[in-house]
Design a protein around this ligand. Structure first.
Ligand code: GTP
Ligand code: MG
Length: 347
């Protein structure tokens, strides 16, 4: 402050440390003391890197909803997904779905839904931080015999923070201790008011064991998807998010990514956070080898130079150099951000 006060004094402006200055004055100071401006720019480098042109509405076509299943431990999230897949097997539309990756695609009446069995899943934590872009709808599973529990509340908060729609599945209604009304009452305390109570949250009583209510739950998901009018341009370079990644002794870095825009092909140059490479192989959620993956499709890919972090954005680029440049900028900015904290303390 003393430097700035001195500078302003020399310009004939009588100021103290508490004086408010106008925008032009602030800008002038900021420009003179380059560091401040520079800092602003550096903070936004990754954002800048990820910035894209607004997409042309005419190029957009409808895409499947991406739904995460959340809730308290043991409330039946995985069972519910299993039941959903079995329903699908019975209808003969997409039998034998094996969950090779942390995501699965289910086909209902010719419409696809991408599910992420996310709860307790660290990938989802990272995805939440990236905001609403990763998931469209949350199914909040609450066991009717247990009610709202700490992780139920946590899940509600995460979904709200991400700005995604919540559909409640009140599960285990086949159990003797099930109390659907009590669950609705408890949820009302967290600003989730059931539609049949005059609110706008759909709450569907279900049983993963008897499969009661599952069709209705899926209908709600598709209805919600219709309301959201989910669209993406399939004819552009792919872009999406890393769901999970690991190092496989034989295959090297194996990453599960969700394609959100565009189409990813074998041979595409890609970058994900600090890693880059070329897509060598792709596998869908059933373990089938595929050559391309469009919007809302989860795929396992081989070919990145290292293991990216869950939640990081991946982008396909025209050339190997562009992909490499993306990763290098990412690395440089991450370092800069780390240093910045130190800089503040010194000055
Ligand atoms: P985490 O992933 O560990 O958080 O658990 P989860 O929410 O995925 O629960 P999971 O599907 O593993 O189910 C937990 C237990 O509840 C299992 O023993 C299931 O058999 C049982 N369960 C799940 N759904 C139902 C249901 O609708 N009725 C009854 N009676 N039991 C259920
Ligand atoms: Mg589970």
């Amino acid at each position: 402050p003393s430097t700035i006060i001195k500078k302003l004094f020399l310009e004939g402006k009588m100021v103290t440390v508490n004086t408010e200055i106008d925008f032009a004055g602030a800008e002038e100071i900021a420009l003179e003391y380059e560091i401040m401006c520079e800092k602003e720019v550096k903070v936004d480098m990754i954002e800048e890197l990820l910035k894209e042109e607004e997409e042309n509405e005419a190029d957009m076509t409808s895409r499947p909803p991406v739904v995460c299943v959340m809730g308290h431990v043991d409330h039946g999230k995985t069972s519910l997904l299993d039941a959903i897949r079995e329903t699908n097997v019975i209808s003969g539309e997409a039998g034998g779905i094996t969950q090779h990756i942390g995501a699965s695609v289910v086909k209902i009446n010719d419409r696809k839904i991408t599910f992420l069995d996310t709860p307790g899943h660290e990938a989802f934590t990272a995805m939440r931080m990236r905001g609403a872009q990763s998931t469209d709808i949350a199914i909040l599973v609450v066991a009717a015999d247990d009610g709202v529990m700490p992780q139920t509340v946590e899940a509600i908060n995460h979904a709200k923070a991400a700005g995604i729609e919540i559909i409640v599945a009140i599960n285990k209604i086949d159990k003797p201790g099930a109390n659907i009304e009590r669950v609705k009452q408890e949820l009302a305390e967290y600003e989730l008011l059931a539609a049949d109570w005059g609110g706008n949250t759909e709450m569907v009583p279900v049983s993963a064991h008897t499969r009661e209510g599952i069709e209705e739950l899926l209908e709600m998901v598709l209805l919600q998807a219709d309301v959201l009018e989910l669209k993406a341009n399939p004819d552009r370079m792919a872009r999406g998010i890393v769901i999970e990644a690991k190092l496989d002794k034989g295959k090297g870095p194996v990453s599960t990514v969700l394609v959100q825009k565009g189409t990813l092909h074998i041979g595409d140059h890609i970058a994900a956070g600090a890693n880059y490479g070329k897509v060598r192989a792709m596998t869908d959620d059933r373990g089938n080898r595929i050559t391309e993956a469009g919007p809302s499709t989860p795929v396992e890919i081989l070919g990145l130079s290292g293991v990216p972090n869950a939640g990081e954005v991946f982008v396909a680029k025209e050339t190997a150099n562009e992909a490499k440049a993306f990763a290098e900028t990412f690395i440089a900015d991450s370092k800069e951000k780390l240093l910045e904290g130190t800089k503040y303390r010194i000055s």
